[in-house]
Design a protein around this ligand. Structure first.
Ligand SMILES: Cc1cc2nc3c(=O)[nH]c(=O)nc-3n(C[C@H](O)[C@H](O)[C@H](O)COP(=O)(O)OP(=O)(O)OC[C@H]3O[C@@H](n4cnc5c(N)ncnc54)[C@H](O)[C@@H]3O)c2cc1C
Length: 540
């Protein structure tokens, strides 16, 4: 089973059928590239289809009075808590209007305002109503539907149930293809001078998450094994409000979009007291990290805390079922009627702010390897993502990455697939998934300290064995293991509280020591280690 048994060729292989992958594949096709897309599940499986709130964008002629692209940039920088790359933020936000226009040309239908133009809502951290949405609270489903439909004309072949295992590289380390397991676990090689990782996030590091089962950090692990570096991995955003369905909820929990608070709902505790009163000037619409941390503190001991959840009072929203059909259905399924009673909610792992270091054109430090979407760390999100900036990032960077591949191919700087060395299934450390999720949730979620992070390390040491990655499950477990180790290494080193990284033993933000990103790479024995701080400053 070691030797690849099948082979195919393309100019570009894209891993992932979410917003970033499909946008890139469609653009690559327009540019005349032969493109192949692989996904380890069904086409629609991924974070994209679950996105609710919308896409943050300041559209020409359709915005609040005084709202501008610059204001959107400023809000993004504030949310990012000092760690955004300003040039990347400006480039991506400025690309938003064209990216949304292209998406609409491809068939995505956004909700219209009664007065004409697109309806806009507001989410935490935004100073204006600039989040456009579809199907009320089903924006991601519409984006995914439109992109899959556009790709289904046969010109963008999608291989479902094919799991990307490792990059195939030349003796010089350039990427020249992808090692893949097909639906029967048979290894094969997709030879290509360019591989784009659009493999999404890593919410499955934790027991409770808004992310579906596929979000296991595979692209991060693959990129590290290929010699790329990652940054900002300690910053995992916890969404303040997933539906609380009982003690010890596991796996994907239904999200209660922030737009519900944008339309007037407020967080209260069991006594009806407001959770966010006096915490932040924007109160219930404070940035996510602030709201999630405030709820966690409240649950831990504030007056009226119920130890594992609080409530979102949306009873004042008169047309809740029409405006938020997805949330409404999830609430009813859990026996809660949002029109008549507060919705029980709790924070859960939601979004990877960091990832594979790449520029706004998707280029990583490894020739032939590109990254876009949630797997990438472009510098847009810094220490905390501004709500609804990630679909936008996938649209903009997905497009730019395809254009970068076309340009690099034309320049002749990429390796030819024929130069590939023989690809073999790799062996990597694999921890027990249950143990990993349990200790990550207990010690590396919101509120971390040195002692707890060390416990995570010890548990991983005890439960990890080297395995050959010959099944989807092992590829995922190996990825979760690398991601957890990278996260705890960076989180232990960062002795401050900033953005989504909350240290209970270092509760203040420390700009003197820590206004910089940390870079992670794999050492020769395959362990994630922090790179030299001098390199790290170059990234920040
Ligand atoms: C519940 C929820 C609500 C959200 N709401 C919003 C919102 O309102 N606005 C917003 O901007 N963002 C929102 N987000 C975040 C946003 O949805 C994601 O960041 C974005 O969709 C990620 O897109 P992507 O293309 O990078 O990855 P995904 O859409 O996650 O796609 C990843 C793809 O990679 C594939 N894959 C992964 N590993 C492998 C492998 N080894 N081999 C082959 N294929 C692989 C998966 O199968 C999948 O096809 C939300 C996220 C969630 C979970």
């Amino acid at each position: 089973m070691n030797t690849p048994l099948w082979e195919a060729r393309a100019d570009l292989v894209v891993v992932g059928t979410g917003v970033a992958g499909l946008t890139a594949a469609l653009r690559a096709r327009e540019l005349g590239l032969r493109v192949l897309v692989v996904t380890k599940a069904a086409g629609e499986d991924g974070n994209t289809r679950w996105a609710q709130g919308g896409v943050a964008v300041v559209l020409p002629g359709e915005h609040d009075e005084g709202d501008t692209v610059d204001a959107h940039v400023r809000d993004t920088l504030v949310a990012g808590a000092g760690l955004c790359d300003e040039a990347a933020v400006e480039a991506i936000i400025a690309g938003g209007p064209a990216a949304v226009a292209r998406l609409r040309e491809r068939g995505a239908v956004f909700d219209a305002a009664p007065t004409g133009g697109l309806a806009r809502t507001r989410e935490g951290g935004h100073s204006a109503f600039r989040v456009v949405h579809a199907g009320g609270d089903a924006t991601g489903a519409e984006v995914e539907r439109a992109l899959l439909a556009a790709a289904s004309d046969g010109r963008v072949p999608v291989l479902e149930n094919h799991v990307a295992v490792d990059a195939v590289r030349t003796p010089l380390g350039q990427v020249c293809g992808l090692l893949v397991l097909d639906g029967n676990g048979v290894p094969g090689v997709l030879g290509a001078p360019a591989v784009l990782l659009a493999s999404g996030g890593l919410g499955q590091l934790y027991q409770a998450t808004s992310n579906p089962e596929v979000a296991t950090g595979d692209g991060l692990a693959l990129a590290l094994r290929a010699g790329a570096v990652a940054a900002d991995v300690e910053f995992v955003q916890f969404h303040p409000t997933v539906l609380y369905t009982g003690r010890g909820a596991r796996g994907r929990c239904p999200l209660v979009t922030e737009a519900v608070r944008g339309e007037g709902a407020v967080l209260v505790d069991a006594t009806g007291a407001r959770v966010m009163r006096g915490v932040h000037p924007l109160a219930d619409l404070a940035p996510r990290d602030v709201v999630a941390a405030a709820i966690t503190r409240h649950m831990a001991g504030g007056p009226g805390g119920v130890d594992d959840h609080v409530f979102l009072d949306a009873t004042g929203i008169s047309d809740f079922a029409r405006r938020f059909p997805t949330v409404h259905a999830a609430c009813l399924a859990a026996g809660v009627d949002p029109a008549g009673e507060p919705i029980p909610v709790t924070p859960a792992a939601h979004f990877a702010c960091g990832g594979v270091v790449s520029d706004v054109d998707g280029r990583t430090g490894v020739t032939g390897l590109y990254a876009a979407g949630e797997v990438a760390r472009t510098g847009l999100h810094g220490a905390n993502r501004l709500a609804s900036n990630s679909l936008l990032e996938g649209l903009v960077v997905g497009t730019r990455a395809a254009e970068a591949v076309a340009a690099d191919l034309a320049l002749g700087v990429l390796a030819r697939p024929s130069a590939a060395v023989v690809a073999e299934l790799p062996t990597a450390p694999v921890a027990d998934r249950d143990s990993l999720q349990r200790v990550m949730s207990r010690y590396a979620a919101i509120g971390r300290d040195a002692e707890g992070l060390a416990v995570v390390g010890s548990v991983l040491d005890l439960s990890t064995v080297d395995r050959r990655l010959d099944s989807r499950e092992l590829v995922e477990d190996a990825a979760l293991t690398v991601a957890a180790r990278a996260l705890i290494a960076a989180a232990a080193e960062r002795e401050e509280t900033r953005g989504c990284h909350v240290r209970t033993d270092f509760t203040e933000r420390d700009d003197v020591r820590w206004q910089r990103s940390q870079v992670v790479r794999l050492n020769p024995s395959g362990q994630p280690v922090l790179a030299d701080p001098v390199v790290a400053r170059g990234v920040a």
